[in-house]
Write a protein that binds this ligand. Structure first.
Ligand SMILES: [Zn+2]
Ligand SMILES: [Zn+2]
Length: 340
């Protein structure tokens, strides 16, 4: 047990309610779980699912947070691969059953009983949290906790989407949106050896995008993104990070042969695409969701190797409401991180 029996945590008391800063008992890990002393937890747009209760299995009160970084401070009796004192992170994928059909095929992300951190169980907006052993990623020493936190969601989502695409070094890869996901996507695409195009509205983010590793910048207010991509030879991949259907629709015409638009930001409305624009180039529009704990660890290790870091603003745990509202209003450059 920790020094005191209680901890500070931020709870959503009921669907749609504001966050409550509470004192509650420090959780005990089950036999297959570890307890983590939380050093940092990112504030993600998907925390809205906890806050608004738009998740079928959610029970309240619930502590949000699926970008958790800290140190193991207690280990359940059945856990063999982790020890107290180790630095770990927990992302969106909060564990799987090992026995369903998807798990038997090693496809843990599609587990029928997959759990989501901060939705199915309490997440990282707290001084301590517990997580299943299979949901843990080791955090390299080179990474600060606050820098590592957003890599467990925004980072893994963009890194894993790109590395599982068919794009090869030298191919044209566009990153649409220079925000929480996009500013990491540009860095990963650059580090992976692609020719990188940043797509964003206006010129405000141009210098930032080029400094992050973009080779080209397209102001999508001034020019048509699809035409610009065709000028450059056609994109192998467009990583669509902006949660906007019109934005996704506007880049389909920019795909080269076998090109793919990969949506990682989720628009509230359906995306309409002319099949003709896909048939002509054998193109596709697809989606990608984060990854498993080992994918998280790969993301962290690659980020340490190639110096990929998020731009963050840190907040005290007690200021979670403020951090969340700024995140929703896109007033944070580019990811908000709570430090308990
Ligand atoms: Zn997230
Ligand atoms: Zn399963």
């Amino acid at each position: 047990m920790s020094e005191s029996d209680t901890m500070r945590a931020v709870e959503v008391p009921e669907a749609g309610a504001d966050f409550d800063v509470v004192e509650k008992p420090v959780p005990e890990p089950d036999a297959d779980e570890v307890r983590i002393s939380v050093e940092a937890c990112g504030v993600c747009h998907s925390d809205e699912m906890t806050k608004e209760g738009v998740y079928p299995r959610i029970e309240f009160p619930r502590v949000p947070g699926h970008e958790v970084v800290g140190r193991i401070d207690a280990v359940g009796e059945d856990v063999e691969e982790w020890e107290a004192g180790e630095r770990v992170g927990v992302g969106w994928h909060g564990g799987h059953c090992f026995t369903c059909d998807a798990c038997r095929r090693g496809d843990f992300i599609n587990c029928e009983h997959a759990e989501v951190t901060g939705l199915d169980f309490d997440g990282g907006y707290a001084e301590y949290t517990v997580a299943p052993h299979e949901a843990l990623a080791a955090v390299p020493d080179e990474l600060d906790a606050a820098d590592a936190a957003p890599l467990l969601c925004a980072g893994i989502t963009t890194f894993n989407a790109l590395r599982n695409s068919d794009a090869r070094p030298g191919d044209l890869v566009a990153v649409q949106g220079v925000g929480g996901l996009g500013h990491l996507g540009i860095q990963y695409a650059h580090a992976a050896g692609f020719e990188v195009v940043a797509l964003s509205r206006g010129t405000e983010k141009k210098e930032r995008a080029l400094a992050l590793g973009a080779d080209h910048y397209v102001d999508t207010e001034a020019t048509a993104a699809a035409e610009e991509l065709q000028e450059l030879g056609g994109a192998s991949v467009v990583l669509a990070t902006a949660p906007s259907a019109p934005a996704i629709e506007s880049v389909v015409g920019g795909l080269g042969a076998d090109g793919e638009v990969i949506a990682v930001g989720i628009p509230g409305e359906p995306v309409g695409v002319h099949a003709g624009a896909l048939v002509g180039v054998r193109g596709s529009v697809s989606g990608w969701a984060s990854g498993t704990a080992r994918d998280s660890q790969d993301t962290l290790e690659f980020s340490a190797l190639r110096d990929v870091t998020p731009e963050i603003e840190t907040f005290d745990l007690g200021d979670a409401q403020d951090a969340y509202e700024k995140m929703l209003a896109s007033e944070v450059r580019f990811r908000a991180v709570l430090e308990p």
